[in-house]
Every structure is written in structure tokens, then in C-alpha cells.
Design a protein around this ligand. Structure first.
Ligand code: PFF
Length: 448
């Protein structure tokens, strides 16, 4: 959806499909299991779900209200709604976060291309957990990940300038339900695995003693990352909603589907982890090492594998297209550049970041800042710091500085009556969201 055209999603389902398309991606299927794996499983899932519904949902509504009400990008939205220009920094924060995410996300999306092609050509060897591990290392070091990252960013670039975003949206209306069905099928298969019970206990039985400051911060970051929140992405998308869109319903549907996909991914991964004698703490490589072992066990495994990785690649594209719009809309609407130039600049920055992130698994694996490789640093800083900070200010802004009348009008959609939901929303935005985010930060700094 080209920002400069300021078009609208014609139907209600179109708006929902686009926001779900942005929200559902690698964050659910790749990032959630690995974060849950390093943060103790059930305890992490519980905190994550709590944050999605108590903090994510109100902030999602706040972004929707700002986007739909101002019909602008994140910069102009804050400018239009506030008398001073003091909120401009949030626009820059959003751009910084989106480019950092685009950088490491493209590397992982590049792996999905590599695995799709490997599956099509039937040259992946996942006959045991060990060969799977070695295969992953082979595929993600050296020149190969660089090439796939570049190819992925090129696909993203082509979609953004080619005006085929609509086509992608239409395709994703069909393909995303297919991905969902595929995940369901894999869940059923996971019930037959020897490690099913152990995996389920790990994911669903919270061990409260595991809730540490880093688990809370990780879950907060994951909730915001997964809902594409805190950087103006949902604001930008909501600027294309038509006036009748029901924001509450769209937000709730997005949050529910998004968390459901993450849970399904967990139900697939953890039983397999225990069945194959692996450990859940593998980190970013977890899903790519575990999933192919599952495919290997299935009849016509390479077919499943091909289908899955192609769908995951497309799910990544619908997410990167949405996050790219943040910087592109800034360059187009604020800096008055052509869409082509704007897309070129954003993609070039992401390309440099992407190359550094890709090298983190190879030549630059020993190069660390604060003990983290560039890949992990970009992931940590954007998800765990920048997004919650963006969400914190967005909730304060809408809760305290935007009139209730404006909020009501935007929330109403095609309903005539004033929704009883607004006072609750405002209460959450004023008090609950900012204080909870603040407390999680203080907690993670060891202050409380
Ligand atoms: N929500 C996406 C996912 O879970 O894969 C990631 C994402 C998309 C983050 C768009 C931020 C964003 F602006």
C-alpha cells in the first residue's frame, strides 16, 4: 500500500488481513519459540500473553486511533495532534527501530529462502539432530547468508516500489490461512511425538520461580515485536483504514490471531526439542534446527518443508513491507522525496545493517558489543528497548493529550452509540500501560 497514495483498505476484512499480515511473521514462528526457550517456557508464555492483552491491546488501539484520526505517518500524526513539536523524537525512534528490525529480520527471512530452495532441490540432510545442526551452520556461515539477505531485501524493495503490495495483500489473504492450517497439521503430528508431554509441560506449566527481570523484559519486547507495536507501523496502517473500520474489533482479532500463531509454533517446536534430545535454549537458531527434523519424519517430508518455508518467507514479506513503510513514509511525506528514492534509501540502510547481522553468524561472530553480536544487539535493542519506549510514550500521548471526543469518534466505527470501552481504554493508556512498562524497565535495571 503506497503511503503517498493515501488510499484506504476498502473492506473491514481487508484492514484486518493487512494488520494480521504485519503482525504474523517470523516474530511468531521463529522469535517466540527461541525467546520462550531461553526464558524458561511456561513462565515466559504467561508473561507474554499478559503483556499482549493488558499492554499490547491498548497501545494497539492507541496507534490505530492516531493513524485513523490523522491519516498520516508517525511524524505527522504526533505533529497534528500535539500543539508543540516535542513528540517528534518518537518518529525518529520509530524509524531507527524499524531499520534495525528490518536488518536482522532480513537475515532470518534469507534463511527461509535458503531452506525453501534446499527443500525443493531435496539437498538438506536432517536425518538426525546433529546433521541438522551442522547443516544449519553450513548454510548460515560464509557468503551464502549475505546473498540470501540481499535477495530478500531486493524482493522487499521490488514489492514496495512496484506497487504490487496490493497483490501481496490479496495473496496473503489466501496464503496466511494456509500457513495457519499447516501449523495446525504440524501440531497434530507433534502429539504423536515421544516428547509431547514434556514439551507441553515446558510450554504451559509456568514455573513462577523462573520469572526474572530478564524474562519480564523479554516477554514485553516479544509482545510489542509480535504486534508490530511501538514504532508507528500500526499507526501507518491505520491511516489507510476507512472511517467505518471498527478499531476495537480489529485490534482484538489481531492480538488473538497473533498470539494463537505463536502458541501453535510453541506446540510444534517444544515437543520436537525434547523428542530429539535438543535443548530449548539454542537461541535464534532453534526453529531452523528443529523444524527440519520434524519434516524429515513425515512422509513426503521435503514437500511439507518446501511448503512451510515458502509460506514463512511470504509471511516475512508482509511484515517487512509494513515495517519499511515507516521510514519510506517519512522520506516521502516529510522529506518530500519520490517513493523510489525513499525506498532506495531505506533499503540501502537496511542492506548495510543486514550484511553486518548476517556476518554475525560467520566472519563477525567474535565481534561483540555489550557481549552481544550485532545481530543479537539489533534484536535486543529494538525489541526490548525501543519498541516498549515507543509504546510507553504513545500510551501517555493518547491517554493524556488526545481528547476523549477524538478517541470516541475514532473508536466508534460504524456504530452510532458511544462505546463503553473508551473510558476503560483511556484508563489503561493513562495509568496501567505507562506504569507497567516503566516498572518492567526499572526491574530490569535492578532498581526494584
Ligand atoms: N510483527 C512482526 C512479526 O511478528 O514477525 C514483526 C514486525 C513487523 C515488527 C512490523 C515491527 C514492525 F513494524
Amino acid at each position: 500500500m503506497a503511503v503517498s497514495e493515501r488510499s484506504v483498505f476498502i473492506t473491514k476484512t481487508g484492514a484486518i488481513a493487512a494488520t494480521v499480515g504485519s503482525a504474523v511473521g517470523l516474530g511468531n514462528i521463529w522469535r517466540f519459540p527461541y525467546e520462550a526457550g531461553i526464558h524458561g517456557g511456561g513462565a515466559f508464555l504467561m508473561c507474554y500473553l499478559l503483556f499482549i492483552f493488558i499492554l499490547g491491546l491498548p497501545v494497539l488501539c492507541a496507534e490505530f486511533i492516531m493513524g485513523k484520526g490523522t491519516r498520516s505517518n508517525i511524524f505527522s500524526a504526533y505533529n497534528k495532534l500535539s500543539p508543540g513539536k516535542n513528540w517528534k523524537f518518537l518518529g525518529f525512534l520509530g524509524i531507527l527501530a524499524s531499520l534495525m528490525i528490518l536488518s536482522f529480520y532480513s537475515v532470518v527471512a534469507g534463511w527461509t529462502i535458503e531452506y525453501s530452495i534446499g527443500s525443493i532441490c531435496n539437498n538438506l540432510d536432517f536425518s538426525s539432530a546433529e546433521t541438522g545442526h551442522n547443516q544449519f551452520n553450513e548454510l548460515t556461515t560464509g557468503w551464502r547468508p549475505l546473498v540470501w539477505t540481499i535477495i530478500f531485501l531486493f524482493c522487499n524493495f521490488f514489492i514496495l516500489i512496484g506497487g504490487v503490495t496490493k497483490g501481496i495483500e490479496r495473496a496473503s489473504n489466501i496464503l496466511m490461512p494456509l500457513l495457519f492450517l499447516l501449523l495446525l497439521a504440524f501440531c497434530i503430528h507433534s502429539m504423536t511425538m515421544p516428547g509431547f508431554g514434556e514439551g507441553m509441560t515446558y510450554l504451559f506449566a509456568p514455573d513462577f520461580s523462573q520469572i526474572t527481570p530478564s524474562v519480564l523484559l523479554g516477554a514485553l519486547g516479544q509482545a510489542f515485536f509480535s504486534l508490530s507495536l511501538g514504532l508507528g507501523c500500526m499507526m501507518t496502517y491505520a491511516s489507510y483504514f476507512n472511517n467505518k473500520s471498527n478499531l476495537g474489533q480489529t485490534a482484538l482479532t489481531t492480538a488473538m490471531l497473533d498470539s494463537l500463531v505463536a502458541i501453535l509454533a510453541g506446540v510444534i517446536i517444544f515437543p520436537a526439542v525434547f523428542s530429539f534430545g535438543l535443548t530449548p535454549e539454542a537461541g535464534p537458531t532453534l526453529v531452523f534446527e528443529v523444524l527440519p527434523n520434524i519434516f524429515h519424519q513425515l512422509p513426503a517430508g521435503m514437500l511439507w518443508s518446501t511448503l512451510f518455508f515458502i509460506l514463512l518467507f511470504l509471511a516475512s514479506l508482509t511484515s517487512t513491507v509494513s515495517m519499511s513503510e515507516i521510514s519510506i513514509s517519512y522520506f516521502c511525506e516529510v522529506k518530500k522525496l519520490s517513493r523510489f528514492k525513499a525506498t532506495l534509501i531505506s533499503s540501502a540502510i537496511a542492506l548495510i545493517g543486514g550484511i553486518l547481522c548476517a556476518l554475525s553468524f560467520g566472519a563477525m561472530s567474535d565481534f561483540t558489543i555489550f557481549g552481544k553480536t550485532i545481530f543479537n544487539l539489533f534484536d535486543y535493542v529494538s525489541s526490548n528497548i525501543l519498541l516498549p519506549v515507543g509504546g510507553f510514550f504513545c500510551s501517555i500521548f493518547v491517554g493524556w493529550f488526545v481528547s476523549r471526543k477524538f478517541i470516541n469518534t475514532q473508536m466508534q466505527g460504524d456504530k452510532k452509540s458511544i462505546s463503553g470501552f473508551t473510558p476503560v481504554l483511556v484508563f489503561f493508556l493513562r495509568w496501567i500501560c505507562p506504569s507497567a512498562i516503566f516498572l518492567v524497565f526499572l526491574n530490569s535495571l535492578g532498581i526494584i
